[in-house]
Design a protein around this ligand. Structure first.
Ligand code: PGA
Length: 256
């Protein structure tokens, strides 16, 4: 049984004060939840504040939105996995479509980062997903297969099992237009099938696959009730503590 994982991707938002207020409100609403894994992914500048505000709520983990693959050195403006571990960060989102599209990240770059994250015992959340044009041309499976095989190259089975995949169709991100539960389940089935080919059945069964793209309190439950949807990566709706808490509760309802 895979534990659901719901992550709040704040993107380039939230000051320290706003982050502290968010966590305070979230904790009041959720308590120290244990049946769903919750991950808060603030901008680098608010990571320490979020950790401080979480205090003893150790079941809520902190993630980062990006990192560089080198361990240390002359890489002005970059952040390493070790520096993130130093801030008690557990997860790192890698290969988000905004990074792929706006910052030119290729599968090879994502793969370097994924391997460096594992080396530092940081768990990657690896994003994959097609554009609308690719979907309209019937290329969803081809694109997912290329992105998965490229981004997850040379990982051990153990590392794969500790990797989270986020299926985020680009046309659904920030558009208010989510994939239907059927469309998402179909893509997740294909992703698990590909993981089976990359590794083996047992590994593929253990990997958690989140859905991301316009997840809201109103659609979260139906999406996460699909057999291969193991949680959500939430952008816009994660900026409001009440709506994010509702989405976490929707994942919890699926556990019960
Ligand atoms: P959205 O973003 O929920 O605002 O669509 C999701 C994401 O980019 O991770």
């Amino acid at each position: 049984m895979r534990k659901k994982i719901v992550a709040a991707n704040w993107k380039m938002n939230m000051t320290q004060a706003e982050s502290a207020r968010f966590i305070e409100s979230l904790l009041l609403d959720l308590g120290d939840i244990t049946d769903v894994e919750v991950v808060i992914v603030p901008p680098f500048t608010a990571i320490a504040k979020v950790t401080e505000a979480l205090g003893k709520a150790q079941n809520i983990k902190v993630g980062a939105q990006n990192m560089y693959w080198e361990r240390s050195g002359a890489f002005t403006g970059e952040i390493s996995a070790a520096l993130l571990r130093d801030l008690f960060v557990h997860y790192v989102v890698l290969g988000h479509s905004e990074r792929r599209i706006l910052f030119g990240e290729t599968d090879e770059i994502v793969n370097r980062k994924v391997r460096a994250a594992h080396e530092a015992t940081l768990r990657p959340i690896v994003c994959v997903g097609e554009t609308l044009e690719q979907r309209d041309r019937g290329n969803v499976e081809k694109i997912l297969s290329i992105q998965l095989r490229g981004s997850l190259k040379d990982l051990s089975e153990k590392e794969l099992q500790e990797t989270v995949i986020a299926y985020e169709p680009v046309w659904a991100i920030g558009t208010g237009r989510n994939a239907t539960p059927e469309q998402a389940q179909e893509a997740h089935t294909f992703i698990r099938h590909t993981l089976r080919e990359i590794a083996d059945d047992a590994t593929a069964e253990r990997v958690r696959i989140q859905y991301g793209g316009s997840v809201k309190p109103e659609n979260a439950r139906e999406l996460m009730s699909q057999p291969d949807i193991d949680g959500a990566l939430v952008g816009g709706a994660s900026l409001d503590p009440r709506s994010f808490a509702e989405i976490v509760k929707a994942a919890r309802a699926e556990v019960a």
